[in-house]
Write a protein that binds this ligand. Structure first.
Ligand code: ZN
Length: 285
């Protein structure tokens, strides 16, 4: 059995990338532990492919109408080779390649990089989940998964539908208000693929990444007296307010929360985390 190709870690799943995990090292370690054990004790078994349709949360806007229907397709060996050959296993490039190859159309338009950039991060993740479903089916099955609480090995069947999912309250609302500490209100929009691409171009500087995303997504600042500042300089916003805005952008972004998946081990009764990474989703490639 060949080694699975190197696929990206969970943090390619955008909303977390954009504004950072609370405990990235911890989550990373948890994922690695699962993958390591999975390599040793059996890989996920995957059942029949599902259908190819995905309904997006936000979709694309054309002439005043939102289009949410998208089509994905089952990946082939050509795709597998293409994914394996992208730049040194760069997680974002792998995610991008998955999206560009596996999505057939969005709102009736053929997939392009420009179109992918328009999509909310959560919609991009939904599409990747759809590609996964079309390719390997709707369930992720683990054999001999060790319970992190009691250590017993267990077989686990995770329907992808069981992954926590955030919906937009109003899919057509493109601006949101975030209350800040001194009575100000930030008017923001949710990050999309273009924002994700811009942030990922900034390496190893979390504060600069935050500034980049805030400068793109904070549209206006409304003062207590009602005056508005367009595109405020985000470095001048207080740290606490920056964090509040970042948290809002992460929490409000729709889509699957793969890292938040937990399961309850019947034998010991503990609810234990099982963060599901892209590598777990696609390791059958
Ligand atoms: Zn247990």
């Amino acid at each position: 059995m060949p080694e699975p190709i190197a696929l990206p870690d969970f943090d390619t799943f955008g909303s977390q990338t954009i504004s950072g995990l609370q405990n990235p090292e911890e989550a990373h370690a948890a994922t690695q532990a699962i993958l390591k054990d999975d390599r040793e004790s059996g890989r996920p078994r995957i059942d029949d492919p599902g259908d190819n349709h995905v309904t997006l949360e936000r979709g694309i806007l054309r002439d005043g109408t939102w289009y949410r229907d998208a089509e994905v397709r089952e990946l082939t060996g050509y795709d597998e080779e293409a994914i394996a050959s992208v730049g040194g296993g760069d997680p974002f490039k792998v995610f991008d390649t998955l999206l560009m190859r596996g999505v057939t159309s969005v709102g009736g338009e053929p997939m392009t990089r420009k179109l992918a950039g328009e999509l909310l991060i959560g919609d991009r993740e939904l599409l990747v989940m759809g590609i996964r479903r079309a390719t390997f089916g709707p369930n992720l099955e683990f054999e001999s998964l060790p319970c992190p609480n009691c250590g017993e090995l267990t077989d686990l069947n995770v329907p992808l539908d069981a992954v926590p999912f955030i919906h937009l309250e109003d899919p057509e609302r493109t601006e949101h208000e975030v209350r800040l500490r001194q009575g100000e209100t930030a008017i923001v929009r949710l990050p999309n693929g273009q924002d994700q691409t811009a942030v990922l171009g900034i390496k190893n500087n979390r504060a600069k990444q935050d500034s980049e995303i805030l400068s793109r997504c904070v549209l206006r600042l409304v003062r207590p007296d009602g005056t508005e500042v367009d595109r405020p300089p985000v470095q001048a916003i207080s740290m606490a307010d920056r964090r509040a805005i970042s948290d809002f952008l992460v929490q409000t972004q729709p889509g699957p929360r793969l890292l938040d998946f937990t399961w309850t081990h019947e034998m010991c009764g503990e609810e234990v985390p099982l963060p599901i990474s892209l590598a777990v989703l696609f390791r059958g490639l």
